[in-house]
Design a protein around this ligand. Structure first.
Ligand SMILES: C[S@@+](CC[C@H](N)C(=O)[O-])C[C@H]1O[C@@H](n2cnc3c(N)ncnc32)[C@H](O)[C@@H]1O
Length: 220
């Protein structure tokens, strides 16, 4: 409690571990809130949670409330899952996929995601998981980063087509990307051009710092 109060004056780090995938994992009290960071970026809670919340608001909280199945690729501390459950009050079955086992341990220990009902956490590679799952989803959140790097598979046709196939009619994809240079911008422009008129795609640049969000709705 003392640490939480003190963190209004200066951030207080309470956990730090190396991670092969994410370089380092840190937990810090910051302005009264516990946040999860990798070496160079915020991973959960803090600005990441605000970014995804803005994306969910653009899709519409009321609409999301009625969704029945949600897939979250990249769980970290589970901040978007808490937004969906606690703020939007959506009761959907949520599947969360996370590759870093250490992050999952932290998510349980510090952020208590194991206490969230109707939530299934899968320890797997997001790419592998989407080709195994037999479910379809009303909302697919793609939030996969290795520190500030986005794995290439996220932008490849094979993955995009599979995700599109897993999306229910009138369902949405929320894709969080980071744009740090011209190459990233080109990559995002190319990604945008891959969706035909079966989808309604919107792009929201500069959501927080370097984040660019896509919302993609399946129309028919
Ligand atoms: C920005 S964090 C996710 C934040 C989370 N969506 C939230 O709302 O708090 C990105 C996560 O993607 C995970 N990740 C990286 N590569 C992955 C992969 N190939 N498959 C699944 N998860 C991966 C990282 O370990 C990290 O936990």
């Amino acid at each position: 409690m003392f640490q939480k109060l003190l963190s209004y004056i200066l951030p207080i780090n309470i956990y730090k571990q190396n991670s092969a995938l994410n370089k380092s994992i840190e937990i810090t009290w910051n302005k009264g809130q516990l946040v999860l960071d990798s070496k160079n970026t915020n991973y959960s809670y803090g600005s990441l949670q605000r970014t995804l919340k803005k994306g969910l608001r653009l899709i519409g909280f009321e609409r999301i409330k009625n969704f029945e199945t949600v897939l979250v690729l990249g769980v970290a501390g589970g901040s978007v899952i808490k937004t969906i459950r606690n703020e939007i009050k959506c009761k959907a079955h949520i599947t969360g996929v996370e590759l870093d086992k250490k992050i999952l341990e932290i998510a349980n220990r510090y952020f208590k995601i194991n206490e969230i009902g109707n939530l299934e956490i899968v320890h797997d590679d997001a790419f592998e998981f989407v080709f195994k799952t037999k479910q379809t989803y009303d909302l697919i959140i793609i939030d996969v980063f290795q520190d500030t790097v986005m794995p290439n598979f996220l932008f490849e046709d094979f993955f995009i087509e599979r995700i599109n196939g897993l999306l229910n009619l009138n369902g949405f994809i929320l894709f969080n990307t980071m744009v740090l240079n011209d190459k990233d911008q080109e990559r995002n422009n190319l990604y945008r051009s891959k969706f035909n008129n079966q989808f309604s795609l919107r792009l929201y640049p500069k959501i927080e710092d370097h984040n660019e969000l896509f919302t993609i709705k399946k129309l028919f």
